[in-house]
Design a binder for this molecule. Structure first.
Ligand code: ADP
Ligand code: MG
Length: 268
């Protein structure tokens, strides 16, 4: 297959880009694809923490650009799923930025290495860091929560993606609370999708397991007994790779359905 380069972006910070990158990446690796995750959040990287790989990073892309190491040395393989690798653009607290030319070179060398998926975890905002992160991507996943502030920023980003020639965009609505949607205290996934006019890839519920998994450095999708958010990420991954039309209905949760889904996915 040809390699797909997908940037995970949002505009607003803290809405779940890194969580999405780690979980989609791990889940797609578990489906058997070769995956590399790029942490393009210069100076505030945390993808390594979510994957529990923080102690293994000795080199970053910055050292590769400066000729201090080979690309192989900056690519860290996950020991749990060795077809998943992570590459950080820079060391933490580094202030200076990479050039667009460098990021394009980096992506084209990765493409020569038989990866099926390259995910780029974008920094917050719409300035140079964002523009660098989207420059070499062919597709984007736009992450938003069902809150108006996040949606407005996502809308702005959707416009910028289009202006930069990135037309293949899919939406992921994160932190959905069925109880609040039912009481009309939160916008539904459908409302969010219609406001943004971007096709839906998936919807992820608000779930304390996300925080627990972040703190443990163990992506949700690795859990033997998947949480609801883990199932939702797995479904989004399957949709992304084009395997059937999985979409969790978060607004009318039926325990029986989730139980069956869990049984199906975990085989337990
Ligand atoms: P971003 O990369 O967009 O800044 P993160 O993925 O780092 O966002 O998530 C920001 C915070 O929100 C983290 O503390 C994370 O654990 C929490 N979070 C993200 N998604 C969920 C969710 N579905 N349920 C609960 N907490 C979440
Ligand atoms: Mg992040």
């Amino acid at each position: 297959m040809t390699c797909r380069t997908i940037v995970i972006t949002s505009g607003k910070g803290g809405v779940g880009k890194t969580t999405t990158t780690a979980n989609l990446g791990m889940s797609i690796a578990r489906l058997g694809y070769q995956v590399v995750l790029i942490d393009a959040d210069i100076g505030l990287r945390n993808l390594d923490l979510l994957l529990g790989l923080e102690n293994r990073i000795l080199y970053t892309a910055m050292e590769v650009f400066e000729g201090e190491c080979r690309l192989d040395q900056a690519l860290i393989r996950d020991k749990r799923w060795t077809n998943l690798s992570i590459l950080s653009i820079s060391k933490n607290r580094q202030r200076y930025n990479i050039s667009r030319k460098n990021i394009k070179m980096l992506i084209s060398s990765l493409k020569k290495r038989n990866y099926d998926y390259i995910f780029i975890d974008c920094p917050a905002g719409i300035d140079i860091g964002f523009l660098n992160a989207i420059t070499a991507a062919e597709e984007a996943i736009l992450v938003t929560t069902p809150e108006i502030t996040s949606i407005r920023d996502a809308d702005r980003v959707a416009g910028l993606l289009e202006a930069n020639g990135l037309l293949n965009v899919k939406l992921l609505v994160n932190r959905v609370r069925a109880d609040m949607v039912q009481k009309n205290d939160m916008m539904s996934v459908k409302d969010v999708q219609e406001m943004l006019g971007v096709p839906l890839l998936g919807a992820i519920p608000e779930d304390n397991q996300v925080i627990i998994s972040t703190n443990r450095g163990e992506p949700l999708v690795l859990k033997k007994k998947l949480s609801l958010s883990g199932i939702a990420f797995e479904n989004a991954s399957r949709r992304l790779v084009g395997q059937k039309d999985y979409l969790l209905d978060l607004e009318t949760p039926s325990n029986e359905f989730f139980y069956k889904m869990q049984k199906f996915l975990t085989g337990s």
